[in-house]
Structure formats: structure tokens, C-alpha cells
Design a protein around this ligand. Structure first.
Ligand SMILES: *C1O[C@H](CO)[C@@H](O)[C@H](O)[C@H]1NC(C)=O
Ligand SMILES: *[C@@H]1O[C@H](CO)[C@@H](O)[C@H](O)[C@H]1NC(C)=O
Ligand SMILES: *[C@@H]1O[C@H](CO)[C@@H](O)[C@H](O)[C@H]1NC(C)=O
Ligand SMILES: *[C@@H]1O[C@H](CO)[C@@H](O)[C@H](O)[C@H]1NC(C)=O
Ligand SMILES: *[C@@H]1O[C@H](CO)[C@@H](O)[C@H](O)[C@H]1NC(C)=O
Length: 915
């Protein structure tokens, strides 16, 4: 205690420093209180700062285990597949119309008559993809399922300011599809044979789903088990509806539509709804199935509206930017929230076509308003990002700019008081978060400081709950962040004492007050950390939806064209690159561009990362579509080379399937490039020189130690008259010509390679001065290993990683049945009419079919470079919704889902374009 007091000043200073660093450098994820919008309808009229309201419910609702559970273990108590007619689950009530004056209904009430929807034998576990994390729903015995309840909005849009769908007749848009000629009967027979093979593959997987996972989110295609990562609403069922129709499987379609009628979108064992995935898979699936089947199956639209009403709650924030992981249960949803300070671009930027089509079909403008506001916000920000024209993968959507933190005498005083109140071990509260994703997080008891008074800790049951976005930082940094947030609240409160007092008084609780926000638009998550700009994962469909939304709106909103064109001009300059491969094929890849937060000296904006990922293979199709509708001829040439890049990457591996993500060497120019092996080798092994330099140093030191040890030994020997020769046994020769890599080399060159890591376990040989009874014990000396030569190193990397020619490394060797490559191949075929694309697509199909087919369906595989990859027992809903649909459409008559009549969302769901 005494020492603690003595070092208090330093501690205070350190904390303030850390805080300041954090404040101006970090990103924040908490939900902030909002400025209240007057409920009487005077939008924007600030009344009082809200207090930070506790949300105690969630923490009880979720239990989580960090247990690895094989898929097979999840399959207990499978529900039998159809007949559907006998499974009489009550169809849920159509959600009530929005009622602004109505108080939220208490949890679960009004659904009692329906009984629990989770039956004891239905207890299932939810597995997050690739994480092995398991979430257990609340015990079914206690379950009266909690239902979503229509909330009155905290931040309503006055009906006069609702953004309306554009009116007027659609503008003429250039024809997209090639004018196909009549085919020969030979060609027709060949094509139909292929079409049948694809349809057979589809039926194989669809029957497996029906038999083993009916109405579950996903089939586990090897074990015959199932998973429910998408709210237990039957993701595969809904996602596949329109594929059934397109393939002419009318009986199957009707059966599936009937099952859709039984889905209850107002409840789920999962506490949050992933807004983006739910929109593209479920909402898109329902709306497209309704559209493509001639708008005759009303239940599809009814269910789409039921779901959309739930999702609309996520948009009830002060700036109307949605909460991307929406905690829908009434206790939480009824409170005001802000959008997150760290949001993934694609998750906020690609909701537009689904909500727009729903608005068109229902005539309800609020669905269009919801996404038009996001477009407007992206539009305003587009030319002000660090790479103007594009948006970074992460952004702050909260709309809340924190007041500047100023260090004053008073602030320091508060900090001193804060430190005094810390537990004796001077540790800030340790916060728990034992899961990576979507699990509510306990916040520390808030500490409140009122000028001149003692600190009050909150009562134990007033635990705060925060949300975590997916793909968060590491645990420890998160913990640090939370601790600093507590501090921040203390310090910023101190900076505005009157606010603290008044809000504490008005709330009559010990909930901490928060500083008011200044309004702001979409901004970077942090001023100083680096940002990534890409068309790949986390950004992709935001760009993809710009031309698609233009089409869906009949060309009546120029904004989408403008945004697309200014983005693509930047993309062509910074993101698209030509990869260097032996034989100099003329291909293009879409990589990513890293912009650091610190200004560089040499005017460099940032660095290209020559990565190519399967997700970014959609780019060719987008470029081709944009080229046609916006009359950008040059883009069509790029589209061909981009799509050719993916075809090339498929053909490059042992399986004939492209890996999830890999690195290559980028050429300096898009037009000229010569294969340079030296350059590839240098990229694979950039540390050869320093590796040798370190070795020389170590060798020098070793010899020095050895001779000093020898000298000591000699001294000892002369003192004891022992024969001095013994000493020289110590000079063991270092082993040369080692095959494996050793620790020191790896330390420098390690790039996360498990197979090499194993070799590090071998200890280097040790030489020591052999002690004799008359000798003093001398130090043990290790001789350094000679490092691998540049050539040996590179060759062993290429061999061990099975790197195809020209590859530098493979970040993920998986193939998880993704559609993006065949998607672009299909667009290119429909747009250019070149049969080359059909040939390329058929190669892809046979390769995928050969390596992924299982007893019950098709499975993701672990390693596309292996001769016989392992099956991962996963079959995402997009396999039936997208991948097989695009394969089918490639060989179907070109009039089926013509691009001049339909626009497809990012999950391959076709919406009818206005005529
Ligand atoms: C928790 O809150 C309830 C009322 O909300 C109160 O009666 C109880 O004493 C509190 N528990 C603790 C530990 O403070
Ligand atoms: C952004 O910049 C592009 C190109 O410089 C321009 O065409 C576009 O109009 C700008 N957008 C806005 C909203 O200023
Ligand atoms: C695929 O790769 C092989 C070599 O592995 C090559 O001979 C063949 O021409 C390639 N096919 C295409 C279509 O590029
Ligand atoms: C090949 O790459 C190396 C290393 O980047 C470079 O020094 C060399 O000049 C290149 N050779 C040619 C022919 O461009
Ligand atoms: C797929 O398998 C068939 C028959 O086993 C074989 O003829 C064909 O070459 C394989 N295709 C690919 C791309 O692996």
C-alpha cells in the first residue's frame, strides 16, 4: 500500500498517457447513448443526453462453451424429413403494423398459446463455421420461446421525409446479353448432356438435405448431421427455392414453399440476427422465389415481410445506420441503440437490392428509405476516404463523434481519484470474453464520479452488456480496450462535470453518463491505424450492388451509376493488377490496397497486396455487367482477363480447383510483364541475406565463447595437472548440410507454416566441455546451424506447400463450394456469347464434382493442392443457391433468367427488372 501511494503519480500519468493514446488512436465498439429524438415527431430536436441504459437480459440468455464438437455429435434427435403436411406447427401471426404509440409487449407474452417452439428432443448445437465454437440454446424445459415484438421506434423518420422509390418509366438501358444464334443439334445434345449432369448433382445434394437436414440451416454432407448457424430458420431450404423453380422441379418447389410457411421468423435460439447474411440468403431467397414463380405463391411474400419487419428494428438508430448484428429480443431491442463503431463495409453496404425489391413488390417505401440512407451516407463519404473513390473494409457507422479529450488540472484530479479507487493490486477490472463472435460481453461495473464526492460502484446486478462484432481483434487487446473505455468514461465525464451530475440526477441511478456526441457521417474506425481497400471479402457486394441497384431501379437513380464509375476508376488504378506467371499469360487479378494511418515521406498512398481470393472472382462478372449498362467498352476487356485469371487459378492446382486465397508477384504494368524467377524467389524468401548475416554473428560469438572456455579449462588443467587434450574434445564441429530448418532461421523467416514449424522442435546439437572429476563444470555451448541456402529454402517451400508455378504462398488451401468463379464465367458467357466460357465452366464443374461429392451431398475440402483432399463435412447453403445454379444456367437455354429481364443479388437470387 505504501509503495502504491508513492508511485501513484506515475501511475496516474501512465494511465492518462495510455488513455490519450487510446483515445486518439483506438477504435471503439461499445454502444453509445444517443441524442433523443423527440417522440412528438420533431426529428432532430435534441432533448437531453440519454444515459447509458443497462441491458441485463442478454447475458442470461446466452451460454457458451469453447468445446470442439464434431458434426456427428450434433445430430442427435433428428427431425424426420417431409411429409410436411403432418407437422402442424402453428403458422405465426403476421406481424402487426408499426405502432408508434404502443408500449413494447413483455417478453414472450402473446405467444404462450403457441407453446414452446423448441422441443426437448430438438436441442441442437450451433456451430460457427470453422471455429468449432458451440453455442447452446437455453434449456428447453424452461422455454417459453421469446418472440420478437414490434417496437415503437426511438428514432422514427417522419413520413414526410421518407425517401420514396423513384417514379416514372424506366430509362432505356443497353442490352446486356449477346444475341445468340440457333445452335446445331449436335451442340444441343452435348449441352443437354452436361445440363443433366449438373441437375443430377443438384438432386443428389437436395435429396440429402431433405432426408437428413430438412428445415435445418445446413446439411453436414459426410456424416448426415446438420448445423444451424443462421438462426435455425432453414437457410438451405429458403436459399434453394428459386433454384428448384429454375431447374423445373415444380413438385419439389411446391413442397419447399409449403415448408417455408412454417418458418417462424419472430423467434430464434440465437440471440442476434446477422443482418447481412439474413438479408441476402433469406430475404433475397423469399423475394426471388416469389418473383420467379410468377408472383403466385403469396406465402413467400408474406414471409418476406414478416422477416423484413424484424430486420427493420436494426435500422432504428439516430443516424438510421443499421446494427449489423441485431439483438432482437424485446428487452434489448426496446432500448435505443447506435450502430457500431466498427462495421464491415459489405455488411452495411449490400442490403440495397433486397429491400428495394421488397419495397417495389409491397409498395411500402420504408424498406427503400432504409437502404437509400445508407447509399447517401456512402456517397457523401466516397471522395473523402483515404483512397478517395473506395471505402475501407471497416468503418465507424455510429454517427457519434466524441468530444475532444482535454487534459486539465481537474481531469488530472479525477484521474487521481480514479486510481485511488482501484483495487490494491492496481489492476483495472478484468473483463471476460471467452468467445470470438457474437457473444455478449460483460462490462465492468461502471464507476461514477461526481465532483467532490466519493466514487460509487454500481450494484452487482447492474452489469452492462455490450456487443461484439464478428472478426474482432485479439482477446487481450479487446480486454485492454474495455478497460480503457472505463477510464475514458471516467475522464471524459470529469471533463464535463455538469453533464455528469445532471444526467446522473435525472436518471436517479448510478449509471454512468456519457458525453454527448457530435453528429458525423460514416468515418474511418481510427485516424491512425491502417486501412484495407479491396473488392474482396468484407467489401465485395457493396460495389457489386451499385450497378445492380441501378438496373433494379430502371436506371432512374443516377447516383448509383456515379458511385460505381468513380469507384471503378480508382479500382483500376490501385486494386487490379497483372500477376506474374511463367509463360506470361495475359491475366488480371483483383488484390487489395493497404493505406497506413501515418503519412509516408515519399508521397506513397499505400501498398498493393498481390493477393487473389476466391471471393474476389465475382469482379469479372461485375466489370462485364457494368461495361454493358454504362457503356464502358474498355471494362469488358478487363472483365475477360479478370475471369480468365480465375479460370487459370482453378487449372493451376492438383484438384483443378482454386484455393480460397493465395499470393503471387504483381507485375509493374497491366500491359507488359515478363516472368522473372529471381523476383518470385526473392518474394518467397526475402530474408536469405539477413539469415546468413545472423548465422555469421552467431558463429563468431560461438567461437569467442569456445576459446574463452578453452582458456579457462587450460587454466584449470594447469592447476590440477590433468591432461590438457581433454579440453579440445569440446570443439565439436557443427553439423553441416542440415536438411531441416532451424529455430533461428525460422525466427526470421517464419510465415506461418505448420509443416516447417514441426521441424523447429528438434533441438540443435549441443557441445559441452566434458566435466571430469578434477575439472570445474564449464558452460554449455551451442553451435549454430548453417542456414539453408536461398535455393534450398525456396525449393523446400515450393515442395512442402505444393505451390503451383508462380505462386508465392497460399493463405488458405480450402475450397468451400463457393460460386464466384463460375458466376463470372456465366456472366461472360451470357454477355460475350463465347463458347470458351462454357468449356471453362465444364472443367470447373467436373473438378468440383469429382472432389467434393459425398454420400449425402457435396462437401467443402481442406486442401485443393492435395491429390486427395479431406472432406470437411460442410455444405453451405450457397452450394445449392448459387454455385449449382450458375453451372446450370451456363448450360441452360440463354433465355432462362436472361440478364435483360432479371438482376441477381449477391446470393444469385433473381429479381425481376422493371419493364
Ligand atoms: C439487484 O436489483 C434489485 C432490484 O432491481 C435489488 O432488489 C437487489 O438488491 C439488487 N442486488 C444487488 C446485489 O445489489
Ligand atoms: C467524386 O469524385 C469523382 C471523380 O473525381 C466525381 O466524378 C464525383 O462527382 C465525386 N462525387 C462527389 C459526391 O463529389
Ligand atoms: C491447365 O494446366 C495444364 C498444365 O497443368 C496445361 O497443360 C493446360 O493447357 C491448362 N489448361 C488451360 C485451359 O489453361
Ligand atoms: C528480376 O528480378 C530481380 C529482383 O527483383 C531484379 O533484380 C532483376 O533485374 C529482374 N530481372 C529482369 C530481367 O527484369
Ligand atoms: C473427373 O472424374 C472423371 C471420372 O472419374 C475423369 O474422367 C475426369 O478426368 C475427372 N475430371 C477432373 C477435372 O478431375
Amino acid at each position: 500500500m505504501f509503495r502504491y501511494r508513492r508511485y501513484r503519480v506515475f501511475l496516474v500519468f501512465a494511465i492518462i498517457t495510455i488513455f490519450a493514446l487510446y483515445k486518439f488512436g483506438g477504435s471503439r465498439t461499445w454502444q453509445e447513448p444517443a441524442q433523443i429524438v423527440d417522440h412528438s415527431g420533431k426529428a432532430g430536436n435534441r432533448v437531453a443526453p440519454l444515459t447509458w441504459t443497462p441491458r441485463p437480459e442478454i447475458v442470461k440468455e446466452t451460454r457458451s462453451l469453447d468445446v470442439k464438437v464434431g458434426a456427428a455429435e450434433t445430430s442427435h434427435a433428428r427431425i424426420p424429413p417431409p411429409p410436411i403436411a403432418s407437422a402442424v406447427r402453428p403458422v405465426n401471426k403476421f406481424p402487426p403494423a408499426p405502432q408508434t404509440s404502443e408500449k413494447p409487449t413483455p417478453v414472450g407474452l402473446g405467444d404462450v398459446e403457441n407453446g414452446p417452439t423448441i422441443l426437448p428432443e430438438q436441442v441442437e448445437v450451433l456451430i460457427e463455421h470453422g471455429k468449432g465454437r458451440v453455442e447452446v440454446p437455453p434449456p428447453p424445459s424452461t422455454a417459453t420461446p421469446i418472440h420478437w415484438v414490434q417496437q415503437s421506434e426511438h428514432f422514427p423518420i417522419p413520413s414526410a421525409s421518407t425517401i420514396q422509390l423513384p417514379s416514372g418509366s424506366p430509362k432505356p438501358i443497353p442490352k446486356i446479353q449477346y444475341s445468340f444464334k440457333e445452335e446445331s443439334s449436335n451442340a444441343k445434345a452435348d449441352r443437354e448432356g452436361k445440363l443433366k449432369a449438373i441437375k443430377d448433382a443438384f438432386m443428389h445434394a437436395w435429396s440429402g438435405y431433405k432426408r437428413k437436414a430438412w428445415m435445418k440451416d445446413e446439411l453436414a454432407p459426410v456424416s448426415g448431421a446438420f448445423r444451424n448457424p443462421f438462426n435455425f430458420w432453414g437457410a438451405t431450404l429458403v436459399d434453394t427455392l428459386d433454384t428448384l423453380w429454375i431447374m423445373g422441379l415444380e413438385k419439389e418447389f411446391k413442397e419447399a414453399v409449403q415448408a417455408v410457411g412454417e418458418i417462424d421468423f419472430t423467434t430464434s435460439p440465437r440471440p442476434d440476427i446477422p443482418l447481412f447474411e439474413t438479408t441476402i440468403r433469406y430475404l433475397g431467397g423469399l423475394v426471388a422465389a416469389y418473383d420467379i414463380s410468377g408472383q403466385k405463391y403469396e406465402v413467400l411474400l408474406k414471409k418476406a415481410v414478416e422477416l423484413a419487419e424484424v430486420l427493420m428494428g436494426a435500422f432504428d438508430t439516430p443516424n438510421r445506420m443499421p446494427i449489423t448484428y441485431y439483438f432482437w429480443r424485446p428487452t434489448f431491442a426496446s432500448q435505443p441503440h447506435r450502430a457500431n463503431t466498427r462495421v464491415i463495409l459489405a455488411e452495411i453496404g449490400s442490403l440495397s437490392v433486397e429491400f428495394t425489391r421488397l419495397a417495389q413488390l409491397t409498395g411500402e417505401p420504408k424498406y427503400y428509405d432504409a437502404i437509400a440512407r445508407i447509399t447517401d451516407a456512402l456517397d457523401v463519404w466516397q471522395n473523402q476516404t483515404r483512397l478517395p473513390g473506395m471505402w475501407p473494409t471497416y468503418l465507424d457507422a455510429s454517427g457519434c463523434k466524441r468530444p475532444e479529450f482535454k487534459l486539465t488540472a481537474e481531469t488530472t484530479d479525477k484521474a487521481v481519484k480514479f486510481v485511488d479507487k482501484l483495487p490494491l493490486q492496481t489492476e483495472l477490472p478484468i473483463l471476460e470474453s471467452d468467445n470470438e463472435e457474437m457473444i455478449p460481453l460483460k462490462l465492468p461495473k461502471p464507476l461514477v464520479f461526481v465532483a467532490g464526492e466519493q466514487a460509487k460502484g454500481n450494484s452487482d446486478n447492474n452489469t452492462e452488456v455490450g456487443e461484439l462484432t464478428k472478426k474482432e481483434d485479439s482477446k487481450s487487446s479487446r480486454k485492454m480496450k474495455r478497460q480503457l473505455e472505463v477510464l475514458e468514461s471516467v475522464l471524459t465525464d470529469a471533463a464535463a462535470p455538469s453533464t455528469v451530475e445532471s444526467s446522473v440526477l435525472s436518471a436517479k441511478t448510478s449509471t454512468p453518463a456519457h458525453p454527448e456526441c457530435e453528429d458525423q457521417g460514416l468515418v474511418s474506425t481510427s485516424e491512425y491505424s491502417s486501412e484495407s481497400f479491396t473488392l474482396g471479402g468484407m467489401s465485395d457486394s457493396t460495389y457489386e450492388y451499385l450497378p445492380k441497384q441501378y438496373l433494379l431501379l430502371g436506371g432512374l437513380v443516377e447516383q448509383y451509376r456515379r458511385m460505381y464509375e468513380s469507384a471503378m476508376d480508382v479500382v483500376k488504378e490501385y486494386i487490379i493488377f497483372r500477376p506474374m506467371f511463367p509463360g506470361d499469360p495475359d491475366l488480371l487479378f483483383s488484390g487489395s490496397f493497404q493505406v497506413s494511418g501515418v503519412e509516408s515521406e515519399d508521397d506513397k498512398i499505400g501498398d498493393l497486396e498481390a493477393e487473389h481470393s476466391h471471393l474476389s472472382c465475382f469482379v469479372g462478372g461485375m466489370f462485364a455487367l457494368g461495361a454493358k449498362i454504362f457503356d464502358r467498352e474498355e471494362d469488358l476487356e478487363m472483365a475477360k482477363k479478370l475471369t480468365e485469371g480465375c479460370v487459370y487459378a482453378y487449372n493451376a492446382t492438383n484438384t483443378g480447383i482454386m484455393p480460397e486465397s493465395f499470393y503471387v508477384v504483381a507485375c509493374d504494368s497491366l500491359t507488359h510483364c515478363k516472368w522473372n524467377k529471381t523476383k518470385q524467389w526473392d518474394t518467397i524468401d526475402p530474408y536469405a541475406e539477413s539469415r546468413h548475416a545472423v548465422y555469421e554473428q552467431q558463429l563468431k560469438k560461438y567461437h569467442e565463447q569456445l576459446s574463452s572456455a578453452s582458456a579457462e579449462a587450460e587454466l584449470a588443467a594447469s592447476a590440477t595437472a590433468a591432461p590438457p587434450e581433454m579440453v579440445f574434445k569440446a570443439e565439436a564441429t557443427p553439423t553441416s548440410g542440415t536438411v531441416g530448418l532451424q529455430k533461428r532461421q525460422i525466427d526470421l523467416t517464419h510465415i506461418g507454416h505448420p509443416k516447417l514449424e514441426n521441424k523447429m522442435e528438434e533441438e540443435p546439437p549441443e557441445t559441452s566441455i566434458t566435466p571430469s572429476p578434477t575439472f570445474p563444470i564449464l558452460p554449455i555451448l551451442s553451435s549454430p546451424y548453417p542456414p539453408l541456402s536461398h535455393e534450398d529454402f525456396v525449393k523446400s517451400r515450393i515442395q512442402e506447400e505444393r505451390l503451383p508455378p508462380g505462386f508465392v504462398s497460399i493463405r488458405s488451401k480450402k475450397y468451400i463450394l463457393r460460386p464466384e468463379a463460375i458466376e463470372s464465367v456465366w456472366y461472360l458467357y451470357r454477355i460475350t456469347g463465347d463458347s470458351h466460357w462454357r468449356e471453362a465452366g465444364w472443367e470447373m464443374f467436373t473438378a468440383i464434382q469429382n472432389h467434393t461429392v459425398t454420400t449425402f451431398g457435396h462437401s467443402a475440402i481442406d486442401d485443393v493442392t492435395a491429390a486427395a483432399p479431406e472432406l470437411l463435412d460442410e455444405m453451405e447453403s450457397f452450394w445449392l443457391a448459387e454455385t449449382l445454379k450458375y453451372f446450370y444456367l451456363l448450360f441452360a437455354d440463354e433465355g432462362v433468367v436472361s440478364l435483360d429481364e432479371w438482376v441477381l443479388n449477391t446470393e444469385a437470387h433473381p429479381f425481376r427488372r422493371p419493364k
